[in-house]
Design a protein around this ligand. Sequence first.
Ligand code: SIN
Ligand code: FE2
Length: 206
Amino acid sequence: MQNEHEQLAPGALLMRAFAAPQSALLLQELQQVTARSPLRRMTTRGGYRMSVAMSNCGACGWVTDARGYRYDCVDPLTAACWPAMPASFAKLGTCAAGAAGFPDFVPDACLISRYEPGARLSLHQDRDERDLDSPIVSISLGLPAVFLFGGHRRAEPPRRVPLAHGDVVVWGGPSRLRFHGVMPLADAEHPLLGRCRVNLSLRKAR
Ligand code: SIN
Ligand code: FE2
């Protein structure tokens, strides 16, 4: 189904509905993860409370607080390890990365982001990972959103990419450090997830 794939930039591929066949399993496993490490709105170093609620699974997880951004193997909310990454997440990540031209990708961290209506993510780079040779695999579930895919400078106007349930975006290589974000989520009802969008962002962080 190569013709369903859209290149956004060199090293960046949008694969429409790539995760759709597994979405029920992903959501079931996600529920078990967030039962142990609940979604929570984190605070940036500057004291801004994010509108997106986040959690993680895998060997380490992305966190932000008054100390700044980092990966930590302990969930600060539970003081326990993050839940293990479900095999279905890792398998899909490896498969999507392979289809996008990044063979042998084995994620060790998954940032889980839940957007409710109005929630947004401002333009940023994913640069807290130790391994910048591995791509980011980003899975969209639930309500549609407008993904902003920018350049290597924040000021560069981003491309607006509508993402729907099951869509997967992979960016790596020359696109690994591109700025990206998400426009405020429009209110609607999704048959599986209700009034929200969930993003699973698989990385090799360590
Ligand atoms: C992220 O940049 O971590 C999330 C992107 C998305 O929600 O699509
Ligand atoms: Fe990101």
